[in-house]
Design a protein. Structure first.
Ligand code: NAD
Length: 359
């Protein structure tokens, strides 16, 4: 079985789907071909891949093609029926892209569709990349803030710690809380899923009660709030936000526009110099003033709308992603050949282009 690792072509995408460390761990009967320079932006040279046992060449004809970002139409033209493709295929939002793969007869495995069940945790690429994003969001907040995060007692007097609010305490939010705490900030957090309170408190943060409680789907995700609940949440937040120096927002509902939580009026109620880091920028933003992909200043408040934070830490982001993808390959390759067990919930739900003929 030949596995191909492509070089990413999306602007600013520095990650690679498989790192040299993982090449040798794929097991018997799997050979790897890596596109020239595929790992360069993440810090992995072609020589490192060849030393790990891979060859450098054309990955697009391989039995399984590994990518980070969904392929462009031109890239899909290089694929053929029966191949496996593993990538972030955006199955809930890029209907056309998924359809293109289905029409081609490619087995498209979307990393977003891996069920969030215990058995699939080693495959959970959304979690591994959200961990990177949450960590980086806290660092960006600390960097942009014209104040210290920790309390400092100096000969020139005492500096109080920064107050950080994290909204949305899923995987990224919890990592942002932990990182901001390690840097010495006093952290509060809010999520609509009631189960999160305990997790927030176990990290040494305070759960901020905004008086709104939502419900959880079977998969552990938040249900979208009603319009009345959303209004109540925005109003309560607007009344409390001026207490905070930095706000990190990570609230998301899979496949939907991100909930709008921080209004322009709320931002303008914050002290000049304050910072908002909006991790939901790509799906519309949790902050009304967020500009996706940009960092702006409005009313003295810096609003960071970076859309791909994992790519800004490509070495470890790729290393984690690579282990997730290797675990997924472990489920669909047996003794060196493709073996798709549609009775396996993880295989069935992750393959988003399955057709009648493929069953
Ligand atoms: P996500 O990125 O979809 O959402 C981020 C957070 O935003 C979630 O915690 C959600 O509750 C919150 N949110 C949504 N609307 C909000 C609002 N209006 N106000 C405030 N917060 C709001 O979620 P995620 O981080 O990918 O994962 C969510 C949950 O899935 C996890 O916390 C966990 O319970 C579950 N999960 C399970 C596994 C597993 O068992 N394998 C792995 C990862 C995650």
């Amino acid at each position: 079985m030949l596995v191909g690792v492509t070089k990413e072509t999306a602007p600013d995408e520095a990650r690679v789907a498989l790192v040299p460390e993982t090449v040798g761990r794929l097991g018997e009967g799997i050979e790897v071909v890596v596109e020239p320079g595929a790992g360069a932006a993440a810090g992995f040279s072609d020589e490192q891949y060849t030393a790990a046992g891979a060859t450098v060449g054309d990955p697009w004809a391989a039995d399984a093609v590994l990518k980070v970002v969904a392929p462009t139409a031109a890239e899909v033209d290089r694929l053929h029926a029966g191949q496996v493709l593993i990538a972030f295929l955006q199955p809930l939002t890029d209907v056309e892209g998924v359809e293109r793969l289905r029409a081609k007869g490619v087995h498209g495995f979307a990393l977003e569709s891996i069920p969030r069940i215990s058995r699939a945790q080693p495959l959970d690429a959304l979690s591994s990349q959200a961990t990177v994003a949450g960590y980086k969001a806290a660092l960006i907040a600390a960097d942009r803030l014209p104040r210290f995060f920790p309390m400092l007692m100096t000969a020139a007097g005492t500096i109080p710690p920064a107050k950080v609010l994290v909204i949305g305490a899923g995987v990224a939010g919890l990592q942002a809380i932990a990182t901001a705490r390690r840097l010495g900030a006093v952290v509060s957090a809010f999520d609509v899923r009631p189960a999160v309170k305990e997790q927030v408190e176990s990290l040494g943060a305070t759960f901020l009660d905004l008086g709104v409680t939502g419900t959880e789907t079977e998969g552990g995700y938040a249900q979208e709030l009603t319009p009345e609940q959303q209004d109540a949440q925005r109003a309560e937040l607007q009344a409390r936000i001026h207490d905070f120096d930095a706000v990190i927002t990570t609230a998301a509902i899979p496949g939907r526009r991100a909930p709008l939580l921080v209004t322009a009026a709320a931002v303008h109620g914050m002290r000049a110099g304050s910072v908002v880091v909006d991790l939901a920028a790509e799906s519309g933003g949790n902050c009304e003033l967020t500009v996706a992909g940009e960092e702006i200043v409005s009313g003295g408040v810096t609003i960071v709308g970076e859309t791909n934070l994992p790519a800004t830490m490509p070495t470890h982001a790729s290393q984690l992603l690579s282990r997730n993808i290797a675990a997924l390959l472990g489920l669909i390759v047996k003794d060196g050949s493709l073996s798709l067990d549609w009775d396996d919930e993880v295989v069935a739900k992750t393959c988003v282009t399955r057709t009648e003929e493929q069953t």
